[in-house]
Write a protein that binds this ligand. Structure first.
Ligand code: TYM
Length: 329
């Protein structure tokens, strides 16, 4: 499909982990050879929870370089920072007015992120309206994300539908694209919980910039299940199933093939193979990351990215403004 338009985003908060890579960034890289592909570091979403300004700025650069190191090619894809394009906040405001409190209240991520907090910002509640703007500004057809973002993409469709039925066809209906395997990489210490940037237990996640030897240790001590057979069975063997998906993604060998390969081998042998593959990946990845962050090219890539993005987003913003009755200039 050559007329596909892909948009996806990632927050520059916390440390990017192999779950973000497998669930999202790896899919972006695989799909960038056709259609229009747009990737955004969503710093405006990051401030919906408290951030240290210096760290946020550093993380925005770090994550941009990580995306490039993962294989996003600026000659094929656009990469830019959300706050560099004011159209996102502007359309976000308009869409605010077409989504209800009830709809936003049903968002699982809002419930999880606000749970037990003394201070919950309006921005955190309203986060999905800005995400809908990100997506709808570009005529996006596909949104490659991990499983946890599916509900937000569905809300984006609801917002588009509401606007289109009131004002006539304006926004393209986007579809979430979630990998069948790897859409929800689980914690290494609790395979019933998703691997998360904000997990207080550092052994649950493997950071993309983490020392490969420490990553190896985390895999070797990952929680596994009772029994001894290496089998893909989420119900009874979530720990092993999670490691099988991780190995499959990094080795490009299907889970079924891996099950055959490890038949008769014990958990220790299997974990060693996963640890080898993850360590090898991290060494190669971090080498590329060092090259890119030291190259001095990042600022220009982000600048060129936002210039092209704005050329696409701005006419769409003006179209929406006109439809709601804003006086054009
Ligand atoms: P964020 O920054 O939390 O995560 C970035 C991407 O990583 C995926 N992901 C996972 N995939 C598999 N297993 C996991 N354990 C795992 N954890 C995270 C997420 O699903 C996501 O695809 N709201 C978004 C950012 C965003 C966005 C957008 C995405 C803003 N605007 C527009 C798509 C389109 C977020 O917080 O992702």
């Amino acid at each position: 499909m050559n007329n596909k338009i892909v948009f996806s985003g990632i927050q520059p908060s916390g440390n990017l982990h192999i779950g973000n890579y497998i669930g999202a960034v790896r899919q972006w890289v695989k799909g960038q050879n056709d259609g229009l592909n747009i990737f955004c570091v969503v710093d405006m979403h990051a401030i919906t929870v408290p951030q240290d300004p210096k760290t946020l700025a550093e993380k925005t650069r770090e994550i941009s370089a990580i995306i490039l190191a993962a294989g996003i090619d600026p000659d094929k894809s656009l990469l830019f920072v959300q706050s560099h394009n004011p159209d996102h906040a502007n359309l976000g405001w308009v869409l605010n007015c077409y989504l209800s409190m009830g709809q936003l209240n049903r968002m699982i991520q809002y419930k999880e992120k606000s749970d037990g907090k003394d201070f919950v910002s309006v921005g955190l509640f309203d986060y999905p309206a800005l995400m809908a703007a990100d997506i709808l500004l570009y005529g996006t057809t596909e949104v490659p994300v991990g499983e946890d973002q599916k509900q937000h993409v569905e809300l984006t469709r609801d917002a588009a539908q509401k606007f289109n039925s009131k004002y006539g066809q304006t926004f393209v209906m986007p579809a979430p694209v979630i990998p069948k395997e790897g859409g929800r990489v689980m914690s290494l210490v609790d395979p019933l919980k998703k691997m998360s940037k904000s997990d207080p237990n550092p052994n649950g996640a493997i950071g993309l910039l983490e020392d490969p030897k420490s990553a190896r240790k985390k895999i070797m001590s990952a929680v596994t299940d009772s029994g001894s057979e290496v089998k893909y069975d989420w119900e009874n063997k979530p720990g092993i199933s999670n490691l099988l998906e991780i190995l499959s993604q990094f080795s490009d060998v299907s889970v079924t093939e891996l099950e055959k390969k490890f038949a008769g081998q014990n958990y220790g042998q299997f974990k060693t193979a996963v640890a080898d593959e993850v360590e090898k990946f991290l060494i190669g990845f971090q080498k590329k990351y060092a090259e890119i962050s030291g190259s001095g090219k990042l600022d220009n890539i982000l600048k060129a990215g936002v210039q092209k993005a704005y050329q696409i987003s701005h006419p769409k913003l003006l179209e929406a403004y006109k439809k709601v009755g804003f006086l054009g200039q």
